[in-house]
Design a protein around this ligand. Structure first.
Ligand code: ZN
Length: 176
C-alpha cells in the first residue's frame, strides 16, 4: 500500500482490545459502516462542526404517534396520508454532543500512545521509549527536540493527504 494508512490500519488491528473504551470495538474503526437509519443514508462528508447536511421529513402528526420519517418531502405518511414535509434535523452520531465519558474517541485516555512518522501507533512505556532511542541510534538525549503542534482541520487534511502519499507523514506536515 502506498503511503502510511496501511501502517495505521495494522496498528489498530494489532492493538489489544484492553486499550479500547468499554463501549467501543476495533471493528468499528477497521470496518466502518454507515448507521442503518431507515432504508439507507448515502455517505455524506460532515461539515466542519461534524453536522451533516441531510434533511428528513415527517408529517404534522408526528407527536401523536406517526413516527415515520422520509428523505422525500413529497412522500405521504402511511398513517394519515398527509404530506411528510415538516423538516427534522438529522444529527450525525459523530457530530452530536455525547454523554460525558472519557472524552470520546475509541481508546482509553489513561494510556499514552506513540505515533511514528509512518503512522505506526503503539502504546508507550518507558521501556518502549528507550528501545526506540536505541533503534534510531540516539546516543545523546541532548539532541532530541520537543515540538508541540496544533492540530486543527487544516492539519487534519494535510495529515490525510500525506498519509496517502508518503512514509514520513508527521515530518512532512509539521516540520516542513
Ligand atoms: Zn401522519
Amino acid at each position: 500500500m502506498v503511503g502510511s494508512l496501511g501502517n495505521l490500519y495494522d496498528s489498530i488491528e494489532n492493538l489489544s482490545n484492553t486499550y479500547m473504551q468499554p463501549n467501543q470495538s476495533k471493528d468499528a474503526v477497521l470496518n466502518p459502516r454507515i448507521a442503518n437509519f431507515g432504508a439507507h443514508v448515502p455517505l455524506l462528508l460532515p461539515n466542519e462542526d461534524g453536522s451533516v447536511d441531510r434533511k428528513f421529513y415527517r408529517c404534522a402528526s408526528y407527536s401523536s404517534g406517526h413516527v415515520t420519517i422520509t428523505d422525500d418531502p413529497n412522500a405521504l405518511c402511511p398513517h394519515c396520508h398527509q404530506r411528510m414535509n415538516t423538516v427534522m434535523t438529522f444529527v450525525a452520531g459523530n457530530g452530536a454532543a455525547k454523554v460525558a465519558g472519557e472524552g470520546g474517541g475509541f481508546v482509553k485516555g489513561v494510556v499514552t500512545y506513540m505515533v511514528m512518522d509512518d503512522l505506526v501507533v503503539k502504546p508507550m512505556s518507558t521501556i518502549s521509549s528507550i528501545t526506540m532511542l536505541n533503534q534510531f541510534n540516539v546516543k545523546e538525549v541532548g539532541v532530541l527536540e520537543e515540538k508541540v503542534v496544533s492540530l486543527e482541520m487544516k492539519e487534519g487534511l494535510m495529515l490525510l493527504k500525506a498519509s496517502l502519499q508518503c512514509k514520513n507523514v508527521l515530518t512532512s506536515v509539521f516540520l516542513s
